[in-house]
Design a protein around this ligand. Sequence first.
Ligand SMILES: Nc1nc2c(ncn2[C@@H]2O[C@H](COP(=O)(O)OP(=O)(O)OP(=O)(O)O)[C@@H](O)[C@H]2O)c(=O)[nH]1
Length: 205
Amino acid sequence: MSGQRVDVKVVMLGKEYVGKTSLVERYVHNRFLVGPYQNTIGAAFVAKVMSVGDRTVTLGIWDTAGSERYEAMSRIYYRGAKAAIVCYDLTDSSSFERAKFWVKELQNLEEGCQIYLCGTKSDLLEEDRRRRRVDFHDVQDYADNIKAQLFETSSKTGQSVDELFQKVAEDYVSVAAFQVMTGVCFPSLSGDFLQASASGPLHLT
Ligand SMILES: Nc1nc2c(ncn2[C@@H]2O[C@H](COP(=O)(O)OP(=O)(O)OP(=O)(O)O)[C@@H](O)[C@H]2O)c(=O)[nH]1
């Protein structure tokens, strides 16, 4: 597995329990695991090969642990990331505060990293609108300010999950094409290679 080229290093960030692992599970394996919640320890890695037009793009996705206990470790995993999916739970306002914390970190330390905000568990709002704790328009304004894309997803139903990761890959292809056209090469777009250094499982699908 080591040596497989990854085009885009993607890091999942956000408070514990917001649903980062579930998002990756839905996207990569098209499944939603039920059963007792198991928190991520350290980080897990998975690579996913996908198509954008006639191009093949490999996303290397690092799923970090949301617990503040692992905060220092998460910093290691976002280093050099080209895309960060910063997650918050639509039914938990404190998780949005935590998302803003990660955004600040990325802005200060990973300038070349494109940020995607992801409000999770939208199915819970379908069941009962009153459960929403993070206003869509407030987040949209915030996203515009920080030049981030905004998605609201459900790993349970699959809503907008493929669209989110597809957008990450499409943005990579657009910027890469721009580089070829202009001859400008940003360090943030250089490729990355799989490294078997995660404490979690290593998969290539
Ligand atoms: N209803 C609903 N529940 C979800 C969804 N996504 C995740 N969950 C549940 O939320 C809990 C936490 O999900 P995880 O994916 O483990 O969360 P995490 O962010 O990876 O957590 P850490 O590993 O601790 O950082 C689990 O019980 C999931 O089943 C969703 O889209 N809808």
